[in-house]
Every structure is written in structure tokens, then in C-alpha cells.
Design a protein around this ligand. Sequence first.
Ligand code: SF4
Ligand code: SF4
Ligand code: FES
Length: 494
Amino acid sequence: MPKCTINGKQIEVAEGTTVIEAFMKLEQNIAHYCWHPGLSVAGVCRMCMVKVEGNPKLQIACNTKVTEGMVASNEDAKVKEAVEWILGFHLINHPLDCPICDQAGECGLQEYYMTYGKYDPAMAEKKVKKKKVVDLGPTVVLDSERCILCDRCVRFTSEVTKTNELSIFNRGDHAEVGVYQERPLNNNYSYNVVDICPVGALTSKDFRFKQRVWYLKDFNTICNGCSTGCNVKAYYNENGFYRIKPVYNKEVNGHWMCDTGRDMYKFVNLEKRQTSAVKNVNGTSEEYSPIQATREIGVLLRKNVNEAAAVLTGQYTSEEYASFFATMKDFGIKDFYHWVNNPEKMEEFDGLLLRGDRNPNTAGLRAEAKKANINLRNAKDLDPKKHTLIIVAGPEVQAFYPDLQKSVDAWSKSQTLVWLSSCKNPVLFAAHWIVPMKSFVEKNGTFVNYKGIEQKIKKGTTIVGEALSLDEFAIAIKGERVDVEYTSPLGGLA
Ligand code: SF4
Ligand code: SF4
Ligand code: FES
């Protein structure tokens, strides 16, 4: 465990720790582009210069290991001058794209220019022109002029996905990132290269030109795309959600997330949502407020207690299950079923993060059922003719349930089928009642991932003000008071 001094502060680190890692541990600012904690060391950008006592020349911190008694600093005027020059070299051929660049506002070049730059450019030569809109594959676009050749994206595809789609071609100021002609960047983790590109060279086809990043707010939550439960940040404003990015969690997802998970924000925006309760009788539909509808369902439930059943998916929080089970048991309901997204694929795993169980809280559902002494039966065994009333806590992400239509059609043979759903879908109109539910960004609670790790989701905002959580549904069905938020008839974020 060598001891060293970084910017005058002492620290003991594990054998093999690099100087940049010691800087990070002490939360000392250090410029860097090519180093990334989830990738190998490349040492190509030369931004992480430090002065090490006893060494006549400056060194890069990312490729220098801490030794016993080492004294390193980046506060020295010589280091600052060196970093300014290096930044100047990075910017020699960089276009003046900031006003039209998606990265503006969260760009490493802008940030370091304000910290180390602010110089008058020493170059009078014309900038080297490169290709500006290079289609790398279905998800990512490259602007070669903006690339600083840090090699992060190349290392990502060689070390993390091991798909090796990206490489650096040519030399000197002709060097460019690219793909081999017949092999586009097309893996289920491709958006991570956009996150780790320190400049605006790699942009996401899904996000580019949709929003300026300074108009977005964000909050940390858990991806609801599968049972891994990647830690993520969700970005939104008054018009809805725009993107999801990974947040580091060593135990769960490391630095990354899959492209499937990036789509999760699309199911929470207003255009996809069920905004009011609907009663479908004899081909006509009547709109209700969710609370009023739930109360009417409660009256029906009391009349059908002995023949009623509940079907649950692993897409709600543990707290919601606990409250729902308690209420249903109070009513005297005995039949509970578990509906899984794709029985044959539940145990699948892509080797990195994505799991076949596309539900964030299957483990939480099973645990809460066990606590409530409830035997969850397989939804495949549900016979709608035996139940006069069926309540389905349906999936938030319906795309993961290939048997959605088949299930709605089959279960609608019951006298009353009640479907709880955050998303609207014409398929659901076979149900007798549809009640709008909150999405995962509109409520607090716990998801338990496949490993048994409990993680909190957090309410970021409200999109459908009157939508209910499953626990609110459980209160309203008893006829008790639930305080719901007001939303205009057009909906919209509160
Ligand atoms: S495209 Fe971005 S991540 Fe890739 S080498 Fe260039 S600057 Fe680095
Ligand atoms: S692996 Fe699962 S939890 Fe992680 S981002 Fe992908 S879908 Fe979401
Ligand atoms: S971060 Fe050290 S050389 Fe790039």
C-alpha cells in the first residue's frame, strides 16, 4: 500500500494504482480525455500532465503508477502551460461548431478551454477538412472533424463489447475513426460510445438535434428494461423525456447500459400514455376519472370475491405489491397469478448486462408474495371462465410481452376484465375497464434485481397527473380517499 502526496494531500493507495486514480480518489481536478475508468490506458491525449518531484520532465498521470513516497502535483505553472499547449494542439483542426454541436454544454473541449485555454490561437494555417456526417450504423453518427482521436470508442468496442467495429484509419492529421465497410457499428451497447466520446464527434441518432442539453433537468433512477436494474440518469423538460444515460454502479452495471434500456424513456411520454380510465361495454367506451373507475371496480369486486383473480407482472415496485396484496387479501381474493414476459427466455443473458427477464422487479414480486403468504401461480394456467372478475396489473413496457394481445383476448372472456396500464394500446380495448397507471419515473419505490440487490427508484416528475400507482389503486378500490394530482384535460408535465 504505497503512500503518496497529491497536490499537497497524503493518500495511501493499493499497489498498482495510477497517479490519475490517486487524483480521482482525492477528488482533485485533473484534465483527461483518453483515460476512462472502464477502459485500458491509452496515454494518447497527453492532457493529464503532472509534475513528479525528482523527475526533470512532466509525466502523464494515467500511465504512471504510484510509488512509495511519490509527490505529484498539477498545480505547478509548468503543468498548466503544458496542458494549455496540448489543448491548443487538440484544437488546431477542430471546427468552430459549438453553436450547432449536440455536445455543446457538456463538452470536454469547452470545459478545458475555459479552465486551461483562453489563449489567442497561434495557428494561421487553414484547418484540415474531414467528413462531417458519417453514418456509423443504426444508432451513431460521426463528425470526423470534431474527433480528437482519444481512442475511447475504439477501445470500448474492442474491450467491452469485443465486437471490434471501430478503428482509427490513416495517420497524422489524416487519421480518422471509422468502421470497416461491411461492418457497421451495430451492437446492443453502441450508445455507450456517444457517452464516452469527450467531444461532439459521436452523436446519438435518437437524441441529436432534439434538445439543447441546458434545457434538460435530470435525476437518478433505475432502468426498468430488465432484471439487471442498471443505474441510470433520466433527462427531461416540460415537453417530456429525451434520453437515458448510465450511472456508475460497481455491483450492478459498472459504467455501461444497453441500447434496449435507452428506449425506456419513450414509454413514459404523454403521446404513449393512457390518460383516463375507460369502461368498454357492448362496443361503446365511456371515460371515467381513474379514482371513480377504481371505486366502481371495488363495488364489482365485493360482489365477485369468490370468483375473482389478480394477475401481476414484475414491473411494479415492492411497496406497490405489498399494498396490493394486503388489500386483495382483505377483500378475500385467493387466486393470484404471475405473468412473465417470455417464459422460454426468462433465464437468457447476453453476457454483458441484458437479461431475458425484461422485468425490473420479478424478485420483489416473488418476495412480497412470499411475505403475504400468497402462492403465485403461472398465468398460463389462468382459466378466465372460472373467474368472473380478473384484475391485471399489466406491463408498463408492453413491447416486452409478445403474448399481450393473446392474453387480453383470452382473459376478456371473463365477465369483467380490469386492465391497469400506463401505456395506451388499442389491443387493451378488449378489456372491460382500463385504468391509467403511473410510469416508473412518476413514483418512488424499490426494485429488487436478479441478484437480490434492492435499489430505489425516484419520482422525477409527473406526466399524467391523475394516473394511479398500484398502491393508490389498492386504496381507491376499498373506497378510501386518494389524493391525486390535477392535470389539465390535455395532460402535460406538472
Ligand atoms: S470519436 Fe470521440 S471517442 Fe472516438 S476517438 Fe474521436 S473523440 Fe475519441
Ligand atoms: S441491461 Fe437491462 S437494466 Fe440495464 S440498461 Fe439494459 S435493459 Fe436496462
Ligand atoms: S488522459 Fe492521460 S494521456 Fe490522455
